[in-house]
Design a protein around this ligand. Structure first.
Ligand SMILES: OC[C@H]1O[C@H](O[C@H]2O[C@H](CO)[C@@H](O)[C@H](O)[C@H]2O)[C@H](O)[C@@H](O)[C@@H]1O
Length: 432
């Protein structure tokens, strides 16, 4: 990949992330089919798909490199919404308002989705194609062997750890609990792991929008790190080397869960995308064998459960050579039919009201009701340009407690120092 836009005004170059697992190709297949539709409807125009096969962090770096020059900038890029503000600030993306104003489907998007790609300047830089929530998946067969209930519903962190300890004792050879951690898995660790803990601890989020300040790591931050430290100290998680592998998410989705090697996974609503779509890991029994339950707050404090939400968006780079044609392709990606198809294929939570009401969407994904139900208690990451840097600092803190090099308290202190170096004075102490 890495081809540039060049000067061919009939070709749209579309950069997107391709899974590092060669068996996972449903996004490629979906894009190929939309490309065919588009080319049929626009004779003489071509879509050139530019898959970037890399772990999440490397994908972002590569896409940013490409966007720096008109010679290499794609005409369309798939952006994780947590990076979009940083890419806007870097000048990589162009506002889409003039297109959106004339596109009636934009009125179908829910406000949180519209906000996900909106910058401080009030302009919108991306069209989101779904969102997600997070919770606990558990293997009922392993739970049965361990004497744990099929309707498991932990009320606090202690009950999650207790169940993992029971599995460790009674079902040797399986990994009791996966919580993503460390630097290499990138945002998967920070969001699915750390933030699913932190946002269930109490008063101190990562960022305080009212004071426009980042919140120093306090008790909740330290407790979240200690929870992770405990999982690895007690050997309730995977081997540390596996946990710190950039592709651990693929192992969870295509081996550990479907092969019955993992009892509990703190993970995303989209996991079933791996077991449908004719691969990468066909697992028709997943619906019967896996249970789902919300991640509880630390002590069970209201609202009792916690979730985080993210999503991806299609953006047009500032240096794109064919922005108008690229926008036409976005519209094709987002015909109602295609938007429904994508939501189903990628196991997304719909962000358009017409997609959310579509019978195909509503009936095709077991679990959709459960994960959509988490939306009302969900949290969004700070939509700040520096967030990706803050996220890296959290990944470092997580890694140091995972390897046992640090305690939660020391890792939180180191985070506070790094936070200051990233955001300067825009920091306030934690309340607790
Ligand atoms: O919905 C499927 C997608 O799930 C992942 O993205 C989600 O989790 C990320 C953190 O791991 C988060 O940054 C993003 O905003 C979420 O949508 C995954 O990274 C994608 O490849 C996958 O298609």
């Amino acid at each position: 990949c890495g081809g540039g836009s060049g000067s061919d005004s009939d070709t749209i170059k579309v950069a997107y992330n391709r899974s590092t697992d060669n068996k996972i190709r449903f996004k490629d297949q979906y894009l190929e089919s939309v490309k065919e539709q588009f080319e049929k409807a626009h004779p003489g125009k071509q879509i050139q798909l530019l898959p970037i096969q890399a772990p999440d962090n490397d994908y972002a770096t590569k896409a940013q490199q490409m966007m720096r020059s008109p010679k290499t900038a794609p005409d369309l890029v798939y952006e994780d919404t947590f990076r979009i503000n940083s890419d806007i600030k870097a000048g990589y993306l162009r506002p889409l308002d003039r297109y959106l104003a004339k596109w009636s489907s934009w009125g179908r998007f829910v406000p949180t989705a519209k906000a996900a790609a909106k910058a401080d300047d009030g302009k919108t830089y991306g069209v989101p194609d779904g969102t997600d929530t997070r919770g606990l998946w558990f293997n009922k067969k392993i739970f049965k062997k361990a004497g744990l209930p099929a309707d498991w519903s932990p009320k606090n962190w202690a009950e999650v750890l207790d169940a993992a300890r029971t599995v460790k004792r009674k079902v040797p050879g399986v990994i009791p609990f996966n919580v993503y951690t460390g630097k290499a898995p990138g945002e998967a660790a920070v969001m699915q792991g750390f933030e699913m803990l932190l946002y269930g601890t109490g008063e101190d989020p990562l960022y305080d929008p009212s004071s426009k300040k980042w919140v120093e790591g306090g008790k909740g931050f330290t407790d979240s790190l200690d929870f992770i430290g405990e999982v690895f100290k007690e050997k309730l998680g995977p081997d540390v080397s596996d946990a710190l592998d950039p592709n651990v998410g693929t192992s969870v989705a295509t081996e550990w869960l479907p092969e019955g090697k993992l009892a509990i996974a703190l993970d995303g609503s989209w996991m079933s995308q791996n077991w449908i779509n004719n691969g990468p890991k066909e697992w028709p029994a997943w619906e019967k064998e896996l249970g789902r339950t919300p991640m509880p707050t630390q002590e069970g404090q209201a609202p009792g459960k916690v979730s985080m939400s993210g999503g991806w968006a299609w953006s047009i780079p500032e240096r794109a050579q064919n922005p108008d044609l690229a926008w036409e392709f976005v519209k094709t990606l987002q015909t109602r039919k295609n938007a429904v198809r994508w939501a189903v294929v990628d196991a997304q939570i719909a962000v358009r009201d017409d997609v959310a009401a579509d019978p195909k969407y509503l009936s095709s994904m077991p679990g959709i009701k459960f994960f959509t139900g988490l939306v009302k208690d969900t949290h969004y990451r700070p939509a700040q340009p520096v967030y990706p840097q803050v996220s890296s600092a959290i990944g470092e803190a997580m890694e140091s407690v995972t390897t046992g090099d640090s305690t939660g308290e020391r890792a939180a202190k180191a985070y506070n120092e790094q936070l200051k170096s990233v955001v300067g004075k825009a920091v306030r102490p934690a309340k607790e």
